[in-house]
Ligand binder design. Structure first.
Ligand code: FAD
Length: 323
């Protein structure tokens, strides 16, 4: 335990998990994250990319299936333990922690909303997989509807539009047409998606549905992976749907439960993102703290200058508040 880890009520199991996650973050995620950060998006998403090796290692260690039932290969750890692990992973690399965390999206949603058949089709194969080759994503944002797609539970934010990814019922199937924006994390590499759609003939954004689907169905295609300034190890890119047919059982919920469920999902999702950015902030704090101890100016390490100490302490208090 160092000065930043003053939680005194962690169990020995939680401390062990945290230490294992920290080791993986330090030995694997930090160096891989730096390497992938310097790649082009095409190199990062190529089939021989280091990214897939990292996802495989994370899968072998169970970091992508925390909370899943043990009989399905999950580690069934508590939400608090999972939060501790995620903070450590993001301390190593926020981008890779995001890619690892999001890879289970479709399996977790199958567990939360699916019947036995959906669980067997989407959750079990993911949780039992040790190869890291099954990768999920949450495709929600559309080019013209960012905040609007997420704000559907607030009546004042429900925009009048059909949206940009329409699902039309056709007998026992839905036919999907349209696209998701370049912000879909894991979009270029995902094999499966949790997908937000607009149900035809809706005219407002709260007339939505949530479905699961494999992304190798006819009519699915991807855009160029996004070139961006930061979090480059979490690759992002558009997904296009051209007359894609999915069985109606893949539509896990329709407009009756859409807005309330989005509320729940966003609460969980945002808590997860909060954990990741806390890990990132801790990495920034650690770097600043080490630098301040080693950089000598005015005849002493700068950490001994009052103004530097005050700024570091401000970082420390903000960080602990996040935790
Ligand atoms: C790192 C990262 C990861 C992401 N991962 C995913 C992912 O996995 N899947 C996915 O589908 N999407 C993802 N996104 C996209 C994300 O969901 C959108 O960026 C988000 O919904 C905001 O949409 P926007 O970027 O289009 O901003 P806009 O909606 O265009 O908003 C622009 C600005 O206007 C403000 N604004 C918007 N509406 C209002 C309002 N009614 N009142 C006041 N202010 C308003 C916003 O706060 C913001 O400051 C990701 C984005 C980032 C940055």
């Amino acid at each position: 335990m160092d000065h930043i880890d003053y939680d005194i009520d962690l169990t020995s199991e939680e401390l062990e998990l945290k230490a294992a996650a920290h080791k993986f973050a330090e030995d694997v995620l930090r160096p891989a994250g730096i390497q992938i950060d310097r790649m082009t998006p095409e190199e990062a998403t190529a089939s021989d990319s280091l990214l897939f090796d990292v996802l495989k290692q994370a899968t072998e260690l169970g970091f992508n299936r925390m909370g899943a039932p043990e009989e399905m290969g999950g580690t069934a750890i508590s939400a608090r333990a999972a939060t501790l692990v995620n903070e450590e992973l993001a301390w190593g690399s926020m981008g890779l922690a995001g890619a690892i965390g999001l890879s289970s999206t479709h399996a977790n949603i199958a567990m939360a909303l699916g019947n036995e058949e959906i669980i067997e089709e989407f959750a079990r194969p993911f949780f039992e997989d040790n190869s890291g080759s099954i990768i999920g994503c949450w495709a929600v944002t559309e080019p013209d509807y960012g905040s609007d797609t997420l704000g559907v539970m607030q009546p004042e934010m429900v925009v009048e539009t059909k949206g940009q990814l329409i699902a039309r019922k056709d007998g026992d199937e839905y036919i999907l047409n349209g696209q998701k924006s370049a912000w879909v994390s894991n979009g270029p590499i995902a094999t499966h998606a949790m997908l937000n759609v607009h149900l035809d003939p809706g005219t407002k954004l709260d007339h939505g549905g949530i479905c699961l689907m494999p992304l190798n169905l006819p009519g699915v295609s991807r855009g160029k992976p996004l070139d961006k300034h930061g979090v480059r190890a979490m690759t992002q890119g558009e997904i296009f749907f051209d007359d894609v047919r999915i069985p109606k059982r893949y539509m896990l919920l329709d407009q009756t439960a859409f807005a309330p469920y989005m509320n729940i999902h966003l609460a969980m999702f945002n808590a997860g993102v909060g954990t990741l950015v806390t890990g990132l902030a801790r990495a920034a704090y650690d770097a600043a703290y080490d630098y301040a101890k080693n950089r000598v100016q005015g005849g002493k390490p700068i950490i001994e200058h009052q103004s530097v100490r005050a700024r570091l302490f401000r970082m420390f208090t903000l960080l602990q508040t996040c935790r």
